[in-house]
Design a protein around this ligand. Structure first.
Ligand SMILES: Cc1ncc(COP(=O)(O)O)c(C=O)c1O
Length: 236
């Protein structure tokens, strides 16, 4: 094998834009989790998938965690979560000391079965959130899942970590529920090495998540924090 070809990353464009942007980040001293490139990435992603707002975060797992907090999930709450998935989908439920109730998949989509979701919602009508996954680029049965969430007034979070670019009836996965998340881990469709994004049409919630995820520092000249960085998170 030609070593040079092997070493050139499969994630790199032929034009070498990525190296250009890395150089620009150093030249302009924006080696930071914020700045014009991060804001540009958020805006371009939001417009590409057709959603109002996006917040770039350190990982897809952090985006799920923030979605749960934004949805008000706290200790003791029930979250209905797809069982066939990567463990990162469910872990943030435990970080919140909430209770995951796992919902099996169906044969058609490999994702959350609306039939079993309905059974679970009948049993747990006060569930705080539903966490559906679009695994391996396959969309879940969203029409049925969305109408159940509406009926039971429960927040719908879509884990689209593996499905950036998947269309469901003309809409991108991640944009159908109340919140969607993407992962930019090294094994994902596009990568920032490690990274993630929370998307929503709720501007206030996305702004709040950006505030929490950037040290929750008040607008004061001195260091003032009137809120915890991870509100609702139980002290371990
Ligand atoms: C379905 C699913 N959810 C969540 C994650 C977590 O993303 P991250 O590794 O960016 O935290 C991944 C991938 O790692 C995933 O495949």
């Amino acid at each position: 094998m030609n070593e040079k070809i092997y070493l050139s990353s499969p994630h790199m464009s032929d034009e070498g834009y990525e190296q250009q942007y890395v150089k620009e980040a150093f030249d302009t001293n924006w080696v930071a989790p914020l700045g014009p490139n991060v804001t540009g990435f958020e805006n371009e992603m939001a417009s590409k998938v057709g959603i109002g707002y996006a917040a770039a975060l350190v990982s897809g797992t952090a985006a799920i965690h923030m979605a749960l907090i934004a949805a008000g999930v706290k200790e003791g709450d029930i979250v209905l979560c797809q069982s066939l998935t990567f463990s990162a989908t469910a872990n943030p439920i435990i970080y919140q000391k909430a209770i995951p109730v796992f919902i099996d998949s169906d044969y058609e989509t490999w994702n959350m079965s609306p039939k079993y979701l309905e059974e679970a919602l009948t049993k747990y009508p006060n569930a705080k959130a539903v966490l559906v996954v679009h695994l391996y680029g396959l969309a879940a049965d969203m029409d049925k899942i969305m109408s159940l969430c509406k009926k039971y007034n429960v927040t719908l979070i879509e884990d689209a970590a593996e499905s950036l670019g998947t269309l469901y009836k003309g809409k991108y996965t991640g944009t159908l529920g109340d919140y969607g998340i993407f992962s930019f881990n090294g094994n994902k469709i596009i990568t920032t090495s490690g990274g993630g994004m929370l998307i929503s049409n709720d501007e206030e919630r996305i702004q709040k998540v950006r505030f929490w995820s950037t040290q929750a520092r008040d607008k004061a000249r001195h260091y003032q924090h009137s809120e915890l960085r991870c509100p609702l998170m139980p002290v371990m």
